[in-house]
Design a protein around this ligand. Structure first.
Ligand SMILES: N[C@@H](CCC(=O)N[C@@H](CS)C(=O)NCC(=O)O)C(=O)O
Length: 324
């Protein structure tokens, strides 16, 4: 775990000393947009590449949208190794990585340096890479999925809309609640270095889960009968919860299996076409439990839990699913 400082790699754990033990996530720095034909990064089949970790909930969002939007043959993918230690993300092929399919680099930080030689900041996944200009288009998952959601519609003919105009207010409202309390909330609990910082995050995680559980009692997805971007963003945290965040990040008031509406909702999304193949519990569990030596020094990876996400979701009575 580390970061680049003026293009030089430094092995360093997150510094919580100036924030009362609170984990503060850095903003992503590459924020170009890809899409319209007159932009610097027009949508062109075969031009772009995704660097992902199968363990990472942020990168997972991009894999889901890539599948839902049928972009597999237009945007190819490199998968990093699950374990992230002193060199950050690596491409060791024997550890479940595909290798770097574009530049054959060994380390993810070399991708950042190739894009910007004096880069300072964390080296995160996902990364949307432009093979033509050898640049990083964007490394912020929420923006990448928004772009993948529409940019290639004319290329693929897939018009599934995960951000329909009529639901945007509701989607933004959910995103604004769920990012701090859930997506980043579990990390704020897990990476907290004081009791107070941990307790604050833990309470926010479960207050929001209680709210979502009540909402899902009468609503098939977050914004009604239509799967949206907000569900994709929530799902990638929820699917990891019982396996990782409950134990490793100490979010253990309840398992999500104990929330009947949330548990059914997770299964329904898991069972949608193209989703299950994006979920890899070997990478998920191995990454968290074996990479964070400050939290789990032995690196022992738990064998459980054993959850069958293919059993019936029981959500049909809530209404007919409509595609936007
Ligand atoms: N805001 C970013 C966050 C991405 C992120 O933090 N990814 C984690 C993996 S789960 C990472 O690569 N962390 C490496 C580090 O922080 O050094 C996004 O949503 O794309």
């Amino acid at each position: 775990m580390g970061l680049l400082v003026d293009g030089v790699w430094q092995d360093r754990w997150y510094d919580t000393s100036t924030s009362d033990g609170r984990f503060v996530r850095e903003d992503a720095q590459f924020r170009h947009s890809m899409g319209s034909q007159d932009s610097e990064f027009p949508a062109e089949s075969g031009r772009y590449h995704l660097y992902v970790s199968l363990a990472c909930p942020w990168a997972h969002r991009t894999l889901i949208v890539r599948n839902l939007k049928e972009l597999q043959s237009h945007i190819d993918v490199s998968v990093v190794s699950p374990i992230m230690l002193e060199n950050g993300w690596t491409f060791a092929k024997d550890e479940g990585s595909t290798g770097d399919m574009v530049q054959d680099k060994a380390l993810m930080h070399q991708i950042y340096s190739a894009a910007e030689s004096g880069y300072s900041g964390r080296v995160t996944v996902p990364v949307l890479w432009d093979k033509q200009s050898n640049r990083i288009v964007n490394n912020e998952s929420s923006e990448i999925i928004r772009m993948l959601g529409t940019a290639f519609n004319e290329v693929t003919g897939n018009t599934l809309d995960l951000y329909p105009a009529s639901l945007r207010g509701s989607i933004e409202n959910w995103n604004d609640r769920i990012y701090p309390a859930i997506n980043n909330g579990v990390y704020r609990a897990g990476f907290a270095s004081t009791q107070e910082a941990y307790a604050e995050a833990y309470r926010e995680v479960f207050a929001e889960l209680d709210h979502i559980e009540a909402h899902l009692a009468g609503s098939r997805f977050l914004c009604g009968d239509t799967l949206t971007e907000a569900d994709v963003r929530l799902f990638t945290t929820l699917i990891r919860f019982d396996a990782v965040y409950h134990g490793h990040f100490k979010c253990n008031r309840n398992r999500l299996e104990d929330f009947s509406n949330i548990a059914g909702y997770i299964r329904e999304i898991y069972q949608l076409e193209g989703i299950a193949e994006t979920v890899d519990f070997y990478h998920i569990k191995t990454h968290y439990y074996a990479s964070h030596g400050t939290i789990n020094p032995t690196g022992v990876v738990p064998l459980g839990p054993d959850i069958d996400f293919d059993r019936p979701h029981g959500r049909d009575a809530l209404g007919v699913v409509s595609a936007a």
